[in-house]
Write a protein that binds this ligand. Structure first.
Ligand SMILES: [Zn+2]
Length: 119
């Protein structure tokens, strides 16, 4: 017998609490965050990044990247301008309300964001 097919696919990481949820979840099993709007979730060294249809959300982590500090930055996607994806030095940069925002990211996350934001 093959049990594999009956197991739910826990591949949706909740951006709020980090728990794996079944991929078709509407709300997180643990913290009840609405997961329907989440387009992508990326773990990085100093941040966890969530991309929704409207927002880029940055969950700041401590120096060691082991836990979140509770500081959260949200950027409205429609207000992010002059997007730039650094290649030699992996930085994601954009203008936001007249200020240049620079986010250091792992190369694989830069690539992922580039695909998602430029399409
Ligand atoms: Zn959660």
């Amino acid at each position: 017998m093959d049990f594999e097919d009956d197991l739910p696919d826990f591949s949706l990481i909740c951006p709020e609490c980090g728990v794996d949820n079944p991929s078709d979840s509407i709300n997180c099993l643990v913290c009840d965050k609405n997961l329907e709007k989440t387009v992508a979730f990326m773990e990085d060294d100093s941040f966890d990044l969530e991309l929704t249809s409207e927002l880029l959300i940055e969950y700041r982590k401590n120096f060691w990247g082991t836990r979140r500090t509770g500081k959260v930055n949200q950027y409205v996607r429609g207000q992010m301008e002059n997007l730039e994806f650094g290649e030699k030095i992996s930085r994601f940069k954009f203008d936001y309300h007249g200020k240049r925002v620079v986010i250091p990211l792992r190369t694989e996350n830069i690539e992922k964001l580039k695909l998602l934001l430029l399409k």
